[in-house]
Design a protein around this ligand. Structure first.
Ligand SMILES: [Zn+2]
Length: 300
């Protein structure tokens, strides 16, 4: 069976045409969905919690996608399901979600949309060496190849089982010097967005894993400099840029809080600091949103 059901919570805007909306109203909703925190902000990762209608049934399975990325549902003790979902920084007032709830030989496909909030971001001007503000064609080709390499790590994280258990830890205890989403002008010419969180640190100061993970890549990239990419599984990757040194190699399993390297100023950096990023699949989110993920229910 394939049908579309509208799921009505205050946080949920359902983008169905009128005829489908009427059908949905006539049918009993197969499930309800919510996010924690709510509403989800553009450029964040949040929990998506799905509650199937009726009594808990362990034979039900749930999968789906949101904003073009696969979701990795886990069953909670109550019979509800939860998964991380990444909300891209750029876009409109909602994010599309498609869910497939299966039970025995039957399945329901539910199309919905999550209403999202739009945080306000500041902007700043930076001065870096000219070769970073305007890379030549060879450097640009290298940057593109390195971007493809990091994207492959993000895709691969969808095939890794979830390795982390909350809460996430800060990679540095120090002050934050630049937040995610800040607009940036490099040498008065190139504009971009700052897609990570910068932590202060002296050369050689320790950098710690935010959560349990397998080391997916230790690289020396044009922009990121010496970088460590951690695959936390379930689609989640964090990475640590501009290091002076990496203390891990690809394939290592690291615990939350384990030292993985040291602060440096390699790559495009105005001085020693840690640039920390988080991705859900191909969606780069504010890594600080990892700290807003509570336990969904006791025993999860
Ligand atoms: Zn940064």
């Amino acid at each position: 069976m394939r049908r579309r059901a509208a799921l009505l919570l205050t946080l949920l805007a359902v983008g169905l045409p009128p005829v489908l909306r009427a059908q949905a109203a006539a049918a009993s909703p197969a499930l309800t969905i919510a996010t924690i925190p709510s509403p989800p902000a553009r450029g964040s990762v949040v929990w998506l919690v799905v509650t199937p209608a009726g009594q808990p049934d362990s034979s039900r399975t749930l999968d789906g996608s949101a904003a073009g990325e696969p979701l990795h549902f886990e069953r909670l003790p109550s019979g509800r399901f939860r998964t991380l979902v990444g909300v891209p920084l750029d876009g409109g007032d909602s994010v599309p979600v498609t869910l497939r709830l299966a039970q025995g030989a039957t399945s329901d496909t539910i199309v919905a949309s999550l209403t999202v909030s739009h945080p306000v971001h500041a902007s700043e001007r930076l001065t870096v060496a000219p070769r970073y503000a305007e890379p030549d064609s060879a450097s640009r080709a290298r940057i593109d190849a390195e971007l493809a390499q990091s994207r492959a790590i993000s895709r691969q994280a969808h095939d890794t089982p979830r390795l982390w258990a909350g809460p996430f830890l800060r990679p540095r205890p120090s002050r934050i010097t630049s937040v995610y989403g800040t607009g940036r002008e490099f040498n008065g010419r190139v504009t971009s967005r700052h897609l990570g969180t910068d932590f202060a640190g002296a050369m050689g100061a320790p950098v710690r894993a935010a959560g349990r993970a397998v080391v997916a890549l230790v690289a020396d990239f044009y922009l990121a400099g010496h970088a460590v990419y951690l695959d936390h599984g379930g689609g989640l990757v964090t990475a640590y840029f501009h290091l002076s040194r990496a203390d891990v190699v690809a394939g290592d399993t690291v615990a939350a809080g384990e030292v993985i390297g040291a602060v440096g100023r390699s790559g495009r950096a105005t001085g020693p600091h840690l640039h920390w990023i988080a991705r859900y699949g191909g969606i780069t989110v504010d890594p600080m949103s990892l700290f807003a993920l509570p336990k969904v229910e006791p025993g999860d």
